[in-house]
Write a protein that binds this ligand. Structure first.
Ligand SMILES: *[C@@H]1O[C@H](CO)[C@@H](O)[C@H](O)[C@H]1NC(C)=O
Ligand SMILES: *[C@@H]1O[C@H](CO)[C@@H](O)[C@H](O)[C@H]1NC(C)=O
Ligand SMILES: *[C@@H]1O[C@H](CO)[C@@H](O)[C@H](O)[C@H]1NC(C)=O
Length: 503
């Protein structure tokens, strides 16, 4: 009897999650995340004004990274003082430790009440790329608000995240919140120029302290709106990887000579033939490896007929889809490692055959490949020993973080997206073509998730590093609310799990 009862329970336990997952999100919302009493994410008028004013003030500090060597250090220093003023409680709470790392980067250690729960980390960066005045509707460092929109460099990349994280924590603290699970907040000051002085040092410091993280959330992906023309509804993408990169210099050295009696082959001719071969021989299409296929399958039911049939049956249609993706330069960058020839130098005088010819190639590595593999491949394509390879800089793609039902960080983000953005039906894993500070943290965790809780249109996308970068007050408030919810959701010790794959 007892035994039979156990079996029925087990069966119910197996079946129930199927219904929950079939009815999509609705049944999940909130329920799995309850446990301890929650602080509702409702903010007073006064708090909402303070929230947007704090962002405007942050935009007004021109924390520009001009180059690897040069940044506005006065502004970086000023930013550190500024945050003390706008989130005073964060700096005056006994269970929060604050450290400045690499002179300007900011690290907060928030110690939870339950040391058995593995900590996580929220990341953002407060340096920005330069913003020449030309073309801007308002001065880029004014932080002006017009018709509910805050304008300025850093409103999307990435002071919005910096201020949203700090303010969400401040608002929780003044409501007497005390976390169960510890977490870190790492705010970098040189992300736009590699993160070697900021994020890299924070990562090394935490590694030396033996810290291991359950997961990391950094900038990178968004709720995409209007990027895929046949998709009517926006969808959320959590990036689980990002491309790697190689800056490669190719060089040919030949005997110099006079142009009146030229040799059969010159450094220029040899190098030209080599780079032409690189351009004519694209790296292999990696459509079937990596997160892209999972992403399209996740989006399948959102597409209209007949694309939905194609996306639902990629086992059959993948050759077609992967070839279609090669046709457009943006989607092509999603299916393969790209090689862009960006510099070419040789020769100084019209009648002198130059000794040296040099070309620089910027390579972006698909998550399914490595620096080593790509270099081997390029050497085989060039197939000429006279062409020397010099690697100027190289790093591997981010290892692909798990996004399955057991992936705690991913599922936590997914559920928070579904509760804060109930209108979003689809959350899919993806990967970033660009790079973030999170690559410095690969020793600390296997779960690196890139997601900004914001709607992004193609026009917004162009404004990042371009002109007229802006965010609506409402979108920023929602970002604060998202972090406010996420921090509380992370306190649960129950891993949110859907068991459908265990059948
Ligand atoms: C650097 O930042 C300070 C404010 O912190 C500002 O007054 C100054 O104009 C900035 N310098 C440059 C070159 O942008
Ligand atoms: C910090 O908090 C303590 C009480 O916990 C309070 O007495 C003190 O005034 C606060 N300091 C600041 C600068 O807010
Ligand atoms: C990971 O740790 C190893 C060993 O300490 C170190 O050499 C390497 O640079 C670290 N990687 C990163 C990305 O920090």
């Amino acid at each position: 009897m007892a035994r039979r009862y156990v079996c029925v329970l087990a069966l119910a336990a197996v079946l129930l999650p199927i219904f929950t997952s079939v009815s999509r999100s609705k049944g999940l919302r909130g329920r799995e995340l309850q446990g301890t009493s929650r602080i509702p994410s409702r903010f007073s008028e006064e708090e909402r004004v303070a929230m947007k004013e704090a962002l405007k003030g942050a935009i007004q500090i021109p924390t520009v990274s001009f180059s690897h060597e040069e940044s506005n250090t006065t502004a970086l220093m000023e930013f550190g003082e500024y945050i003390r003023k706008v989130v005073p409680t964060v700096f005056n709470t006994s269970f929060i430790q604050h450290e400045v790392v690499g002179k300007y980067s900011q690290l907060f250690t928030v110690t939870g009440s339950d040391p058995s729960l593995q900590p996580y980390m929220l990341m953002a960066h407060f340096d920005v790329v330069p913003a020449p005045q030309e073309g801007w509707a308002v001065p880029p460092f004014s932080g002006l608000e017009r018709e509910g929109i805050i304008h300025g460099r850093g409103t999307l990349d990435n002071k919005n995240s910096v201020m949203a994280i700090l303010q969400a924590l401040e608002l929780l603290l003044i409501r007497n919140y005390m976390p169960r699970r510890s977490f870190f907040i790492a705010l970098g000051h040189d992300e736009e120029v590699s993160g070697m002085r900021g994020a890299h040092r924070i990562a090394a410091l935490l590694q030396a302290r033996g810290v291991q993280l359950a997961f990391i959330v950094d900038e990178g992906s968004f709720i995409f709106d209007g990027f895929i023309t046949s998709l009517k509804k926006p969808f959320a993408m959590i990036s689980v990887s990002e491309k790697g990169a190689i800056d490669l210099m190719l060089q040919v050295n030949m005997t110099p000579g006079h142009s009146s009696a030229p040799p059969k082959e010159t450094s220029i001719g040899i190098l030209s033939a080599a780079v032409s071969r690189l351009e004519q021989t694209p790296m292999p299409n990696m459509f079937r490896s990596g997160p892209l296929k999972t992403m399209l399958q996740g989006l399948a039911s959102e597409f209209p007929f007949p694309i939905n049939i194609v996306m639902n049956n990629l086992w059959l249609f993948w050759p077609l889809v992967s070839r279609l993706m090669e046709r457009n330069s943006v989607t092509n960058a999603l299916v393969r490692t790209t090689t862009a020839l960006t510099m070419f130098n040789a020769g100084i005088k019209v009648n002198v055959i130059p000794q040296v010819a040099q070309a620089t190639v910027n390579i972006r590595i698909h998550p399914a490949q490595t620096v080593h593999e790509v270099l081997e491949h390029l050497k085989n394509t060039v197939a000429d020993d006279r062409v020397q390879f010099q690697v100027l800089r190289a790093f591997d793609p981010l290892p692909i973080s798990p996004s399955d039902d057991q992936a705690w960080g991913y599922q936590l983000l997914r559920q928070t997206i579904q509760s804060v953005f109930p209108e979003i039906n689809t959350v899919v894993p993806g990967f970033c073509i660009g790079n973030t500070d999170s690559r410095h943290y690969t020793n600390l965790t296997t779960g690196i998730y890139l997601f900004n809780p914001l709607y992004l249109t193609p026009q917004d996308f162009k404004s990042i590093h371009g002109i007229n970068e802006k965010i609506s007050v409402q979108a920023f408030e929602t970002q604060v609310k998202f972090i406010f919810e996420l921090i509380q959701n992370a306190d649960t010790d129950r891993k949110p799990v859907l068991h459908q794959h265990e059948l």
